[in-house]
Each structure stands twice: as structure tokens, then as C-alpha cells.
Design a protein around this ligand. Structure first.
Ligand code: PRX
Length: 651
């Protein structure tokens, strides 16, 4: 199917799901939120921030946009993010409420109340202080999803230091690049974690990353989790449990300025080098808390919330750590994969903890669809009352399956559009308010202003397609790219001046609801994870065998997109290995250079690549080939026979 046919069939989706009167009776969000925000956008955010957060020193300014695109929100206010997620709940009598129900992949469990979590974070803050960590210092966190990962994040935040969580699936090389870019003085890791029934090593990757000794890292704190053997560098490496043992659970959270940096999170861009997206404190926490409460209809006294994201991604930051904890929610965290030890593990967890709000990715839903409804139907999922999706467009078929099979045909579904850069949800239905449409992310949240424009900046209006932009600054917006102001301006603000260009294509329907169409740049979205074509191409050409490489994201029924690589081998390697052997070697190589998530699904060994006269690879044509379509317009190609050569070679 061509792109335009796909959009047409999407827009023919006419099923509608209005909120039920029962749901509306107790709904957190009401239509009045849109009215308040519409009447006074900045006043609305100020009110939300005051209501949702504790400010040690109240702010008097809301937004300073005098130096675009560098925004300041609530700039003269002071707060402590960790205090907001912990201490105040205990001080206000909620200490006995469970904050985290941890479920380990091997089946071990542990629940921590807000009082217990607060005590652990205080001890960890004392430990980090004793190791010399202070405001503004950078700490890399490279861990499985266990309570200590969250404790580490909150302890770093408590000191006004900056964490950068690196997803445990990234390789030593990727880890090193992030350590160097952030100039981190400390790494917090684990010996290993549990995944797919076995232990994967993390400390080993840290050792490899720091092998040459020429790094900013002075200390490596190691949590014992996997039980696997580890090497030890005396003077650098410390066991978390040994260091934590003598620490006292008494630590005063000092307030910091609202714009104090909170974290850097690396994400792929259109060049080979990942971008360190910088988020700060007051605005970020305001919008994370606001969206978590209203989009998921959170009733913190009774709900059990579960977001399946790893803390290595932005969803884990905003909707596992900061949003839910700021709101005093009770949540489940799960270390492992959905299918270990059996394909019903997720549904078993929902039944066990009586999860009421569930937030996951379309890829996961499509995978479960393929496995069949008999698996979830073996479990009691009747506790669920709100379902959410994130990370990629959800096709109406998967949306309906999610509602029927997981949601018992009653739950509202919120399809939430946002990005690492936006920090929090920007476009989504509000349960109890919005009549939902399967496949559409629908409307900007109260206080958020968006538009869809043509390439020359004209509004497309209802029933038009174009580029998604955010037209006004928002509290949780990125404050920059770490150490690279120029790249920040160039990437997001050069296209339409003071409007933020998101990199996504979007279509508006006749009601002005937004239907996301995927990335319009060289960024791919694989299982809801962002990968850069350039980054994988750089990895491929770094292999001694490869002369040239081009990577495209081809549509994939389950993962949304899949990485497909076209490589030209150096002449001395041509014919020395079979295509299967080349593929296997290059897949392993990419896993080693970037991480297993970046492994190409398919590698095509070709003799030539289609290029424009200026030498740019025509990825559009390669995508046509990768998806088995008739190849589109080739008029700008230097040599039109190339496509025939490639296509014929692949038959
Ligand atoms: O293309 C959009 C897609 O994911 C991109 C952001 O990726 P990342 O920064 O890794 O954050 C993912 C989790 C927030 C976006 O540019 N995307 C995210 N949510 C949706 C989506 N595409 C369609 N529908 C969504 N709900």
C-alpha cells in the first residue's frame, strides 16, 4: 500500500467511543480545563504548578521567552524534585501507601511504601554526597528496571545533580559516547539484570566502556542483582549494598532553582551522533504531574498504575518515575520481558496486583494480537479502567483489539503523542471528556498549542496533511541539547522560526483531530524506540568489510518499522562470504556498536546505491524496494539503471 492509500484507509475509520456516564461521574478531568487554558494559558500552567507541586519558594514569574528558543518557566521559584516525589507524601500522612510493587523477572517481589522509598533515597543521597557528588554533576545510570534504579535517579535529583539514564540494551560503545558527552563523574550500574530467563551483564559493559582509563568517571557504584561474576577496579568500584549499609535515613532536601537541570537523556537524531536532550526541574515536573493525573484519570488513593516502559526511555522518566511519584500513585514495575517465563506474564501481573491503569506501546499490543486472545483471556483483567498507548501510531485494528480483549470493551483508550524533547504528553484524548477515535491521537492537551503546516509554513487546516509543529512554549519542553546550542536551534527551530518542528507528519480530519503519520526525517521508529538511519549507517561503514551503507525504516506489521540495510562491500570482500554470512556478521557488529535494538532486520548486499546528482542517497527509493513496492519517481537519480540493478539483484 502506498503512503497516501494508507492515510486514506486510516481516515475512513468511523468508529467512535464517547465517554460513558459512569466514567464521567468520577472523572478527574473536565471540559473546563480547556476553557481555563484557552482563557489564560500561562495562568493555567501557574495554577497547575501551584496545585500539583510543593514550592519551597513560590514563583512569581511564569514564562520567560525573551531569548527564544531558550525558555525559562517559573524561574524565580525554588523546589526540590525528590522532595516533591517523596517527603511531602510522607509528611502529609501518605507514608504507608505503596509507591512501588516490584516484580522481578525470576518471580521475586518487593513492595516499597512511600516512607520506605523516601528512607532509601535519603540514604542514597547521603552516600552520593559522601562520594563528593554535588549540584550540576553528571551521573550515568545503567541499570535494569529494579527499585534501586529509581532510588538512584531520585537521589541524584535530590542533590541538584543531573542524571543521564542509558538503556541497559545499549552497548559499551554507546555507553562510552554518552559518558564522554556528559562528562559524567559517576556511573551507577548493576552486576547484571534478568531478561528472557537469563542474566545479562551490565558491569562488564561499564568496564569495557572505561577500559582505557581516559575518562571523567571517578566512581562506579554497583548494585547486586544478577549475581553474575564481575571484575573489580580497586578505588573505582564500590558495591551499593556495602556503601548504603552505614548510611542514615536522614537527609534534608535543599531547594534548587526551577531551571536547575534535572536530567539529560540521549536520543537519536538525523546525524550519527545522539543528542543529549536537557530537561530542567519545575516546568518538567509540573507537566509530568499534570498529564499523569489528567490523561490517566489518576485516583491515587485507589488506583494501581502500570507503565511498561523501561527507565532508559523518556516514558520511563516521566511516567514511571516523576509523574506517578509526584502524584503519590501506587504503581507496578516489572524487570523482565512480556513472555518470560510464559506469554501471559503481563496479564498475570495485572491480575495479581489488580492494575487499574495500564500504559504500553502499540508494538506490544500487535505482538499479543498475533499470539491470540486466548492468552489474555485466561486472566482476570476486570480491574482495568483506563488504557494508554505511546511511542508510535496505533492502527485502528490494534486499538480495537486492545479495547475489546484487554479493556473488556469498556475502558477508554488514550493514544498519547509526545517525544523525548517534549518531556510530557502533548496530544491525547482526556478520558471522561473526549469521544475517542481509534487510530487518532486527537487533540492537544489544555495549555498546549499545535498546528499542522505545509513546508512553507501555511496552515493546512481541516482535512489537510503536513508537518506537526508546537506553536507556543510549554513547561516541560527541552531546554536544549547538552553542550550544543547550535544543533538545538538548527534541529527544531530553523524550519518555522519560533515554532517548534517536531519531525512528524500529521493529518487533520474534518473535526481538526490529529492523526500522526510517522517521522518525516531520517529518524526511524522501531517498536516505539527511536533510531537514526545515519547512526546505523556510520556503524555499518565502520566494519572493515563495508564500503558504503544506506539504512531505511521499512514498514513492519508488528514493530511499526524495521531496520533494513543496503550495503556495498569493499571489492576484496565481494564473493568471499555468502549473503547470509555477511548479514549475520553485520547484524552482530551493529549490536556491538550500538545495541541489539539497532540490529538490521534485513541486510541487502548490493552493487550500487541510488543517489541524487548531489550525492545524497535516495532513501525513499530504497524504502520502496525494502517494502516490495513499485519504485517511485526516479527522475532526480544520477543513474536510473541503478534501481533496476538493485531490484534485479534482489529477486
Ligand atoms: O514519531 C513520533 C513517535 O515517537 C517519536 C518520539 O520518540 P521518542 O522521543 O523516543 O519518544 C517516544 C515516547 C514518547 C515521535 O516523534 N510517537 C510517539 N508517540 C506517538 C508517536 N507517533 C504516533 N502516535 C503516538 N501516540
Amino acid at each position: 500500500m502506498s503512503e497516501s492509500q494508507k492515510i486514506d484507509s486510516l481516515l475512513r475509520e468511523e468508529r467512535r467511543f464517547p465517554p460513558s456516564p459512569e466514567f464521567q461521574k468520577n472523572a478527574i478531568a473536565g471540559a473546563d480545563l480547556y476553557e481555563q487554558a484557552g482563557a489564560d494559558r500561562l495562568g493555567f500552567w501557574a495554577t497547575q504548578s501551584r496545585e500539583l507541586l510543593h514550592w519551597h519558594k513560590p514563583f512569581t514569574e511564569v514564562l520567560d521567552w525573551s531569548n527564544p528558543p531558550f525558555a525559562k518557566w517559573f524561574a524565580d521559584g525554588h523546589l526540590n524534585v525528590s522532595y516533591n516525589c517523596l517527603d511531602r507524601h510522607v509528611l502529609e500522612g501518605r507514608g504507608d501507601r505503596v509507591a512501588l510493587h516490584f516484580e522481578g523477572e525470576p518471580g521475586d517481589t518487593r513492595s516499597l511504601t512511600y516512607a520506605e522509598l523516601t528512607a532509601e533515597v535519603k540514604k542514597a543521597a547521603n552516600l552520593l554526597t559522601s562520594l563528593g557528588l554535588g549540584q550540576g554533576d553528571r551521573v550515568i545510570i545503567y541499570m535494569p528496571l529494579i527499585p534501586e534504579a529509581i532510588i538512584a535517579m531520585l537521589a541524584v535529583a535530590r542533590l541538584g545533580a543531573i542524571h543521564s539514564v542509558v538503556f541497559g540494551g545499549f552497548s559499551a560503545e554507546s555507553l562510552r559516547a554518552r559518558i564522554d558527552d556528559a562528562q559524567a563523574s559517576m556511573v551507577i550500574t548493576a552486576d547484571g539484570g534478568h531478561r528472557k530467563g537469563s542474566v545479562f551483564a551490565l558491569k562488564t559493559a561499564v568496564d569495557q566502556a572505561l577500559e582505557d582509563g581516559a575518562t571523567s568517571v571517578e566512581k562506579v557504584l554497583v548494585v547486586q542483582r544478577g549475581g553474575n561474576d564481575v571484575d573489580w577496579v580497586q578505588g573505582r568500584d564500590l558495591w551499593w549494598h556495602e556503601e548504603m549499609a552505614p548510611m542514615v535515613a536522614d537527609h534534608e532536601a535543599k531547594p534548587f532553582e526551577a531551571e536547575n537541570p534535572l536530567f539529560i537523556l540521549y536520543t537519536s537524531g538525523t546525524t550519527g551522533k545522539p543528542k543529549g536532550i536537557l530537561h530542567t526541574s519545575g516546568g518538567y515536573l509540573t507537566q509530568a504531574a499534570f498529564t499523569h493525573k489528567n490523561v490517566f484519570d489518576l485516583h491515587p488513593e485507589t488506583d494501581v498504575y502500570w507503565c511498561t516502559a523501561d527507565i532508559g526511555w523518556i516514558t520511563g522518566h516521566s511516567y514511571v518515575v516523576y509523574g506517578p511519584l509526584a502524584n503519590g500513585a501506587t504503581q507496578v514495575i516489572y524487570e523482565g520481558t512480556p513472555d518470560t517465563p510464559h506469554p501471559g506474564r503481563w496479564w498475570e501481573i495485572i491480575e495479581k496486583y489488580k492494575v487499574t491503569i495500564f500504559y504500553t506501546a502499540p508494538t506490544a499490543i500487535r505482538t499479543f494480537m498475533k499470539l491470540g486472545r486466548e492468552i489474555p483471556q485466561k486472566f482476570d483483567l476486570s480491574s482495568l479502567r483506563v488504557l494508554g498507548t505511546v511511542g508510535e501510531p496505533i492502527n485502528p485494528e490494534a486499538w480495537i483489539w486492545y479495547r475489546e480483549v484487554i479493556g473488556g470493551n469498556t475502558t477508554p483508550i488514550v493514544d498519547t503523542w509526545w517525544q523525548t524533547e517534549t518531556g510530557a504528553i502533548m496530544i491525547s484524548a482526556l478520558p471522561g471528556v473526549t469521544t475517542t477515535k481509534p487510530g487518532s491521537a486527537q487533540v492537544p492537551l489544555p495549555g498546549v498549542s499545535i498546528d499542522v503546516l505545509t513546508e512553507d509554513g501555511q496552515q493546512v487546516g481541516p482535512e489537510g496533511g503536513g508537518l506537526l509543529v508546537i506553536t507556543e512554549p510549554w513547561p516541560s519542553m527541552l531546554r536544549g541539547i547538552w553542550g550544543d546550542d547550535e544543533r538545538f536551534k538548527e534541529t527544531y527551530w530553523s524550519m518555522f522560526g519560533d515554532r517548534y518542528f517536531a519531525g512528524d507528519g500529521a493529518h487533520l480530519d474534518k473535526d481538526n483531530d490529529v492523526w500522526l503519520l510517522g517521522r518525516v526525517d531520517d529518524v526511524m521508529n522501531i517498536s516505539g524506540h527511536r533510531l537514526s538511519t545515519m547512526e546505523i549507517e556510520s556503524a555499518l561503514v565502520a566494519h572493515p568489510m563495508t564500503a558504503e551503507a544506506a539504512v531505511v525504516g521499512a514498514s513492519d506489521d508488528t514493530t511499526g518499522q524495521a531496520v533494513v540495510a543496503f550495503v556495498i562491500l569493499k571489492s576484496r570482500f565481494v564473493g568471499t562470504l555468502s549473503d547470509e554470512e555477511v548479514t549475520a556478521q553485520l547484524r552482530d557488529w551493529v549490536a556491538q556498536q550500538i545495541g541489539a535494538i539497532a540490529k538490521p532486520r534485513t541486510v541487502f548486499v548490493v552493487a550500487e546505491l541510488p543517489k541524487t546528482r548531489s550525492g545524497k542517497i535516495m532513501r525513499r527509493l530504497l524504502r520502496d524496494i525494502a517494502e516490495g513496492r513499485e519504485v517511485g519517481d526516479t527522475t532526480t537519480l544520477t543513474d536510473t539503471s541503478v534501481i533496476r540493478v538493485i531490484s534485479d539483484g534482489l529477486k
